[in-house]
Design a protein. Structure first.
Length: 247
């Protein structure tokens, strides 16, 4: 019989849910930690905790106090701070760490990508690419575009923000993925979008807008992923399960 392990998953992604479900089904005691930014998140199997740990030191204390055997970082590719905390906490607590990393999208024939390193750069470039932008970067990053003039934004979020969006010209729509390319194409056409602004999140759930932009010949202003500290990385649920079983 495989040994049951106590696993903490730093989650919030579809891959984290799939991994928690799979590990729970094989008899491991899984706790998934969610940041709490989404009002009604899709809950995985096993225990769920919501909220931060208080930085790397707080996470290390949690690993020790709850006798966690291993830590899996399956957060969003742009959650650079928590990924850095995970490495420090695992090292401090003496726990093995695995990063479940979603592969980034790769440009295909017909894509018109403009890749930038920062949101400030994205804000500067936007007026050069279009006047009606589809903005899908998350509520925390919207502030980078508050001073952009002469651009109308269609903003898509999962939940309605607690405060009004501080963009000069915008419309808010609420929706939760996955989004298919046909629906995304219709959305872009209906709102006369001429540039798509996004993060290179990878995966299938939000790729529809990228495929739709390619079909319509629209430029995509893409934020490059942050560089994360080195860690052992897997890109498939089966690989993560094998790693847990090997502990």
């Amino acid at each position: 019989m495989p040994v049951s392990r106590r696993i903490l998953i730093l989650g919030g992604t579809a891959e984290a849910r799939a991994l928690a479900d799979a590990l729970s089904a094989t008899g491991h005691a899984v706790t998934t930690s969610l940041a709490g930014r989404t009002i009604e998140p899709r809950r995985p199997q096993g225990e769920v905790r919501v909220g931060g740990f208080g930085g790397a030191a707080g996470l290390a204390d949690y690993l020790r106090s709850t006798a966690i055997d291993a830590l899996i970082d399956a957060t969003h590719p742009y959650a650079a701070a928590i990924s850095a905390h995970a490495i420090k906490a695992a090292s401090s607590a003496g726990r093995p760490l695995l990063r479940f990393e979603r592969a980034p999208w790769q440009p295909q024939k017909g894509d018109r990508w403009v890749v930038v390193d920062t949101l400030a750069a994205a804000a500067r470039v936007t007026p050069e690419l279009g006047r009606r932008a589809f903005l899908t970067i998350g509520v925390k990053e919207l502030g980078s575009f508050t001073d952009v003039d002469n651009v109308w934004f269609l903003v898509r979020l999962v939940d309605r923000p607690g405060e009004p969006i501080a963009l000069k010209n915008c419309e808010l729509i609420l929706a939760r993925g996955p989004f298919n390319p046909d629906d995304e194409r219709d959305l872009l056409r209906r709102h006369r979008i001429d540039v798509v602004i996004a993060k290179n999140s990878g995966g299938d759930s939000t790729y529809g807008k990228i495929a739709a932009a390619r079909e319509l010949g629209l430029p995509v202003l893409l934020l490059r992923r942050p560089v994360l500290p080195p860690a052992r990385i897997v890109t498939a649920v089966a690989e993560a399960i094998a790693w847990v079983e090997s502990l």
